[in-house]
Design a protein around this ligand. Structure first.
Ligand code: NAP
Length: 487
């Protein structure tokens, strides 16, 4: 498939939008080019919002806030459910669009659309089940009544690696809770966000409830929104570095923050693991999205007895993957998002090789146009190599050997991150014991994929604050209010 035919396949006028979306109006503009990472070709240009545009979005979110908060939960639920249905009906065009601007393989993009749409269905259901609490004081003399109110206007900032799912994981609970939002998607992948806003409009989301803007100046534009007392929530998904900056910015007005930040997931394989299941899980945990996932297995710790068979099996599977443009249906591993991403992977792999690591497949960037790095397996990696401590964010599996359970837990925890971990063992008691010993918000036990809209997603340590998804995800957009009631 060529870029031209792929582009025509998605360029449906009902989905295609390149304007700021503020107060239910589309405002055309240019300034931010969107690139196809398979070729480096410019696909489209989207507007570059100023601080004034952002303040108009806050005005629009404010104007819509009272009406949306007063909209019965059942009605909010039905709008979200329609949005789910529309996304599902348009899944193929959305998947193609994601592949075009992000580069990921179509199979991954299809998986993302299904996952992203599920947040609308899940929170359509949760919108009607917002609970409160009643209890007596321990003295028995008084009553405690707790209500949950919408927290207020929410600014949502999302990364490029899951352009649909990272947005719906925030929009769906926010709208279910009764909040209005301003979404700022990543500059590399804004077309998916705008396409989804079109579908939201079609689903009946009232003007101003969801606003979307792109900007090349995210720091000052976000700071201006956070300084406005009408904005009460920041929900951010992205790198830990930017998360730290935003936490400091939000502190100035004490804005409530949810932070989904970077990861450095360990993947532990014990001698008693089912080798074939561990390899299947490793391929998913490493290669979903070409390795550009916060939950991606970054460090494979493999026990000595199974180590060589695991290296051989993973090498065989990784070397068989077809590299190519994401929108080519044959492709299993697409390009990285930018040349900068390829350079970072190259730096990490080169440093590890210089210190004794050996590539059993891949191990160097691919020449030519597009931002490609091949699936790579590295063995004999020293545990203090840079790639053991930084997010690789690419198709590189770094394998380390360990001897004992205690050593595996210590190595797994030797990081500032605490998002996800994976444990493969035939002994469920051991797997659970190890899982409890690892300092992360999520642990996959004999599973390589943990993302599920019905589960609380999020990290410990410097991987984040709060949770998205699950029953508790809606509470990130609600303020508890306690009534001391005499009756
Ligand atoms: P990023 O560089 O931190 O950017 C994320 C978003 O923040 C983008 O929309 C970006 O806008 C914006 N941004 C950048 N600087 C900003 C500033 N000073 N003020 C306000 N906004 C700012 O992250 P990324 O490279 O897009 O995404 C990869 C990272 O996200 C990885 O670390 C990955 O682990 C993490 N991630 C975490 C999760 C999770 O659930 N924990 C999920 C997915 C990804 P521009 O695009 O315009 O720069």
């Amino acid at each position: 498939m060529t870029l031209d035919t792929a582009f025509t396949g998605y360029a449906d006028p009902a989905l295609h939008a390149e304007g700021l979306y503020i107060g239910g109006q589309w405002q055309a503009g240019r300034g931010i080019p969107v690139t196809d990472p398979s070729t480096g070709t410019t696909l489209a240009e989207v507007p570059d919002a100023s601080i004034e545009d952002a303040m108009r979005a806050v005005d629009a979110a404010e104007a819509a806030a009272a009406g949306w908060r007063a909209t019965p939960p059942r009605q909010r639920s039905e709008i979200l459910r329609r949005w789910f249905t529309l996304m599902t009906e348009r899944a193929e065009e959305l998947a193609l669009l994601i592949s075009l601007e992000n580069g990921k393989a179509l199979a991954d993009a299809r998986g993302e659309v299904a996952y992203a749409a599920e947040f609308f269905r899940w929170y359509a259901e949760e919108a009607t089940r917002i609970g409160g609490e009643f209890r007596h004081t321990p003295s028995g003399a008084h009553n405690i009544l707790v209500d949950h109110e919408p927290i207020g206007i929410a600014v949502l900032i999302t990364p490029w690696n899951f352009p649909a799912a990272m947005a719906t994981r925030k929009i769906a609970p926010a709208l279910a809770a009764g909040c209005t939002v301003i979404l700022k998607p990543a500059s590399e992948t804004p077309l998916t966000a705008y396409a989804m806003a079109r579908l939201g409009q079609e689903a009946g989301v009232p003007p101003g409830v969801v606003n979307v803007l792109t900007t090349s100046n995210p720091g000052p534009v976000t700071a201006a929104m956070l300084a406005d007392p009408r904005v009460r929530k920041l929900s951010f998904t992205g790198s830990t570095g930017v998360g730290r900056i935003l936490l400091a910015e939000a502190a100035k007005s004490v804005v409530n923050c949810s932070m989904e930040l970077g990861g450095n997931a360990p993947f532990l394989v014990f001698d008693d693991a089912d080798l074939s299941a561990a390899l299947d899980g490793a391929m998913v945990a490493k290669m979903r999205n070409g390795g550009e996932a916060c939950t991606a297995a970054n460090r494979f710790y493999v026990q000595a007895g199974i180590h060589d068979a695991f290296v051989a099996g993973l090498t065989q599977r990784m070397s068989a993957l077809k590299l190519g443009a994401g929108y080519d249906p044959e492709t299993q591993c697409g390009p990285m998002i930018t040349t900068k991403a390829v350079d970072k992977i190259d730096r990490l792999v080169s440093e590890a090789k210089a210190r004794g690591a050996r590539a059993t497949t891949g191990g160097a960037p691919v020449d030519g146009s597009g931002y490609y790095y091949p699936p790579t397996v590295l063995e004999n990696v020293p545990s203090d190599a840079a790639l053991a401590h930084e997010e690789i964010f690419g198709p590189v599996a770094a394998i380390y050997r360990f001897e004992t359970e205690e050593e595996a837990i210590r190595l797994a925890n030797d990081t500032e991150y605490g998002l996800a971990a994976y444990v493969y063992s035939g002994d469920i008691m051991r797997a659970m014991r190890v899982g409890r010993g690892i300092e992360t918000g999520m642990v996959g036990i004999n599973r390589g994929l943990m993302s599920d809209p019905a589960a609380p997603f999020g990290g410990a340590k410097q991987s984040g604050l709060g949770r998205e998804g699950g029953v508790i995800g809606i509470l990130e957009f609600m303020e508890p209010k306690y009534f001391a009631v005499e009756f």
